[in-house]
Design a protein around this ligand. Structure first.
Ligand code: IMP
Ligand code: MG
Length: 196
């Protein structure tokens, strides 16, 4: 970029977040996220010392969290990604989940940590967990950035939880509504509520 040239001039409004009437209160700030991600990284580093983990990111929502968390884990590690689609509406999962993009790596004998953005009913993760366990990993743990309180209908343990939040619909830091808001640096309430 040459001096004096403004790449964003006329194309981008730096106050777009503040001006969006559908974005509500900050639920978790960027600073709180950074502090918690570093704690989780430290914990995982301790827990997986001597047995390097394979991080499995669930696309798309977990990509920002995984990018930060991976760099907070001081161990050699590998990562892979998968994408799932659930039958039902955009946010209310039926529990029947289809794998849209499968992993490239073999899980046999691996110490797998599934990285999720949010556990709401828990039905998506419940399905995913069973499907991954059937592939013979040495161990399987779950790490989610967010867990909504009182919403879980599936009975499995989530070993690592970033934040427990109220059951409002939230966006930002990877979480979207109709593919928007994934690039917000913090987590905010989406005021229009859950999209149908
Ligand atoms: P579950 O099967 O009900 O746990 O569904 C969890 C999935 O629903 C997440 O992986 C998200 O894709 C989506 N979801 C649930 N709550 C929210 C939210 O507040 N914001 C954005 N996506 C959400
Ligand atoms: Mg998700």
């Amino acid at each position: 970029m040459t001096e004096g040239e403004d790449r964003t001039a006329g194309r981008q409004d730096p106050t777009w977040i503040a001006k969006d009437p559908l974005l509500g209160a900050v639920v978790v700030s960027a600073g709180q996220i950074a502090a918690r991600v570093s704690e989780l990284g430290e914990q995982i580093t301790k827990d997986f010392w001597g047995r390097p983990p394979l991080l499995v990111g669930v696309l798309k929502g977990a990509f920002v969290f995984l990018a930060d968390l991976a760099r907070a884990i001081e161990l050699p590690l590998e990562m892979d990604f998968m994408a799932v689609a659930s039958y039902g509406t955009a946010t209310k999962t039926s529990g029947v989940v289809r794998i849209v993009k499968d992993l490239d790596l073999d899980l046999t004998g691996r110490h797998v940590i599934v990285i999720e953005d949010i556990v709401d009913s828990g039905l998506t993760l419940s399905y995913l967990r069973k499907s991954l366990l059937a592939r013979g990993p040495e161990s399987l743990a779950i790490c989610t950035l967010l867990q909504k309180t009182g919403q879980q209908r599936a009975d499995f343990d989530v070993e690592y939880v970033g934040f427990e939040i109220a059951p409002d619909f939230v966006v930002g830091y990877g979480l979207d509504v109709a593919e928007r808001y994934r690039n917000l640096p913090d987590l905010r309430v989406y005021l229009a509520g859950e999209p149908e």
